[in-house]
Design a protein around this ligand. Structure first.
Ligand code: ZN
Length: 331
C-alpha cells in the first residue's frame, strides 16, 4: 500500500521524470500479462485477467510515448545502454491475446512476445487452474474433503475465492502425481463432469501464425503447463521438446525464448535449464518480480506481474524508478 501511494506521489508530482536518472543504465522492464478483458463474472480463474481492454490500451499508449519497447532478440543489444527499455509478454495462449491485445499492440506499433502452452492450442480444454476455479464456482456440494492435501474440508458456500486460492496453492506445491490425485478427488467431490473440449478459450494456430507474421515473437511455455521442477527429468524434457516441435511445425520458426509455468524460483531447476539449452532456447523468463539488467541470468530473466489493480501511475513508477518499484517478490 505504501508503495502504491509513493508511486502516485511520484507520478503526479513530476518527480518521476526527474528520477529517470535513478534507473540503472541498460535495465529492461519485462511486463507479463495473461488475459485482457473483463473477467469479473467468469467462472474460471479471475486472477488471470491482467487488465481490461481500456486499461491495456492506456498502458500501451504510455509505453509507446515514453519508452523503447523491444523484442527478446534485442535484449543483448540494448543491455548496458541507457534508456527505458520495456518488453511486453503474455503467457498461456488465451484467445483474448489475439482478439483484444493484438489489435491494440498493432495500433500503437508495439511488438510483444506470446509464450504458448502448445497442448491447449492443439486440444482446447480447461487448464488445471481454470478447472479448479470452475468446479468451486459451479458445484452444489456444500463440503469438499481434500484431506490429506488440505487440512480441513472446504465449504465453497463460504467464499469461492478463498477455496480456489487454497487448492491452487496446494496444487502448485505438490509432486505431480499427488497434485493429479488431488484434482481427481476434487472432480469426484464436486460431481461435475469434465468438459471434453472448450471452445472460445484458446487461440488456434492460424491466430498464432498471423501474429508471428505481424512481428510478434512466439515463445514456449511447455505443452501441458505443469510445474516443471515437480516432474522427473524425462517428463520435463518431453514437455519442452514437444512444445518446441509444435511451434516449429506450425510457425516455421524455432522456439528461442521460453517462460517457466508458474515462474517462481522453485518452479524450475538445473534439469529444466539443461533441457531448454538442448533444444536451442536462448533465454528463459521467470515470474517473481525484479528488473532485468545486463547481469541477469540468461535462464532466469525477471518479469513483473501486471495485475488489474496496477494503474497508470503505478506503471509510471515502475518505469521511472525500477529500483524502488520493481523489486523481486519476497521468497
Ligand atoms: Zn502460464
Amino acid at each position: 500500500m505504501k508503495k502504491r501511494i509513493a508511486a502516485r506521489i511520484l507520478a503526479y508530482s513530476g518527480l518521476g521524470r526527474l528520477s529517470a536518472g535513478l534507473a540503472p543504465p541498460g535495465g529492461i522492464l519485462v511486463l507479463n500479462y495473461h488475459r485482457i478483458g473483463d473477467g469479473g463474472a467468469s467462472p474460471y480463474d479471475r486472477e488471470l485477467w491482467s487488465a481490461d481492454a481500456e486499461a491495456f490500451d492506456a498502458q500501451m499508449a504510455m509505453l509507446a510515448r515514453d519508452c523503447d519497447v523491444i523484442s527478446p532478440a534485442d535484449i543483448d543489444t540494448v543491455a548496458g545502454r541507457k534508456g527505458r527499455h520495456v518488453l511486453v509478454t503474455f503467457d498461456d495462449g488465451y484467445l483474448d491475446n489475439y482478439e483484444v491485445a493484438y489489435p491494440i499492440l498493432r495500433r500503437h506499433g508495439l511488438p510483444a512476445t506470446f509464450f504458448i502452452a502448445t497442448g491447449f492450442i492443439d486440444r482446447p480444454r480447461l487448464p488445471w487452474w481454470d478447472e479448479i476455479a470452475w468446479r468451486i464456482r459451479t458445484t452444489t456440494a456444500t463440503h469438499l474433503d481434500l484431506r490429506p492435501w488440505l487440512p480441513e474440508p472446504l465449504e465453497p458456500g463460504r467464499g469461492h475465492d478463498a477455496a480456489i486460492g487454497a487448492i491452487l496453492r496446494a496444487y502448485k506445491s505438490l509432486p505431480i502425481a499427488e497434485s493429479e490425485r488431488m484434482l481427481e478427488r476434487l472432480r469426484g467431490e464436486t460431481g461435475l463432469e469434465t468438459p471434453a473440449r472448450i471452445d472460445g478459450m484458446w487461440m488456434d494456430w492460424n491466430h498464432i501464425r498471423e501474429m508471428a507474421d505481424g512481428g510478434m515473437t512466439i515463445g514456449g511455455h511447455t505443452n501441458d503447463h505443469p510445474v516443471l521442477s515437480r516432474l522427473p527429468v524425462e517428463r520435463q524434457r518431453e514437455e519442452i521438446e514437444t512444445c518446441a516441435a509444435r511451434i516449429r511445425e506450425e510457425t516455421g520458426r524455432p522456439m528461442e525464448y521460453f517462460a517457466y509455468p508458474v515462474g517462481s524460483p522453485w518452479a524450475f531447476d538445473d534439469d529444466t535449464v539443461a533441457c531448454l539449452e538442448a533444444v536451442g532456447v536462448r533465454r528463459a523468463f521467470s515470474y517473481y518480480g525484479g528488473h532485468a539488467h545486463p547481469g541477469s541470468p540468461r535462464f532466469d530473466t525477471p518479469r513483473m506481474a501486471m495485475e488489474r489493480y496496477i494503474e497508470l501511475p503505478d506503471l509510471a513508477a515502475m518505469l521511472w524508478a525500477p529500483r524502488l518499484f520493481c523489486r523481486p517478490d519476497p521468497a
